[in-house]
Write a protein that binds this ligand. Sequence first.
Ligand code: SPV
Ligand code: MG
Length: 433
Amino acid sequence: MSEKIVYTCFCTDVIHEGHLNIIKKCKELGKVIVGVLCDSEMIRYNRFPLKSVDERIEMIKAIPDVSEVIVQNHVMYDEIFEQLHPDYIVHGDNWGSSAMATIKNNILELAAKNGAELVEVAYTYNENTQKIDRQNREKLAMPELRRGRLRKLISMVPIVKTLEVHSGITGLIAEKTVVANGEHIDQFEVMWISSLCDSTAKGKPDIELVDMTSRFRTIDDVMEVTTKPIIFDGDTGGLTEHFVYTVRSLERMGVSAVIIEDKKGLKKNSLFGTEVEQTQATIEEFSAKIAAGKRAQLTDDFMIIARIESLILEQGMEDALARAKAFVAAGADGIMIHSRKKDPSEIVEFCDKFREFDKETPIVVVPTSFNTITEDELASHGVNIVIYANQLTRAAFPAMKKTAEDILKYHRAYEVDSTLLPIKEIISLIDEL
Ligand code: SPV
Ligand code: MG
């Protein structure tokens, strides 16, 4: 009888006793083939890898009982069954999350169809393995590791999904929300510290009133409890003489990018458009600010992204494109183009025209008004980063207001209780060291 083929997939940067236990079980069943989940799927499903895919392959090849190591390109197992015809799939029994449950269903369906068997091994969840897993995840929060990850993500995923955060708790939502959606598992890769939402959380208008010390405090609150990269909304960047200090501070903290907009004087939120007085800086003024910021930064990781307000201020497509060209020439590492129209066509037109003369520079968009366009459509027009800039704040506000009103109305909290997150869940959201 030919030897049975046993397959297991690892999505880890370190091998600990839990993994060795799985390999031991595999070896008892036949020839051991281990899959290394590719980078883009590891990011979607779990977290950013600390080791390159080649390093992870070498690490697993070094385990004595492993016969072969392959790259698994999709978190679901369809291709694996086609390619290897395994007799057994061995997996830890840690199917707790909905994402894991989706994977289990996929394996069970394929196993039933192909006459294979899923073998579950008790997941080794002791103090040592927990500590190794936690420390590996937490390393991603260190400034040197966090800062450079945005650039890497741009080249690794089709479009970088970015969620607004303005506190530790919203940071945790961006960090931990994972959704299994049909055959894909998804999570946000990056966080956005919005000037609008950071100001709103403090009950202040979005006019560069909240000072940098306070904005940095928000970044720090988020950083303390998360590992994902951060893009900072730097408003106009302020005076060039001040902006260079902001760049240094953000870079030192481990922020990946700052986006500054080409306005001057009293800045108002872009979604007001021309309803309020707002002045665009000249191309020369803003280019000089970008160039000064680029000269000030100390690492190659940090990105200064130029935000163009021409469409917001109704200055036309040609002006927007001329500015994009000039700001890239001044050193901008990316272009954010903004619009407050519901119809995404001017954004699409900008992206298509920009890509005619610049294939490389990352494009960032904030689809608050033009929210019918999907991530896939944006990516097909050359967009690299999509920012959901204020939805968390706008979701929380009506819920909090209604709860406050109902408590006043009923003179007790009983009536609102069923709409609230159970205390147990809020406690489990927060990690303890
Ligand atoms: C923010 O989130 O603060 C932004 C995006 O700058 S917008 O509010 O659309 O101008
Ligand atoms: Mg802003």
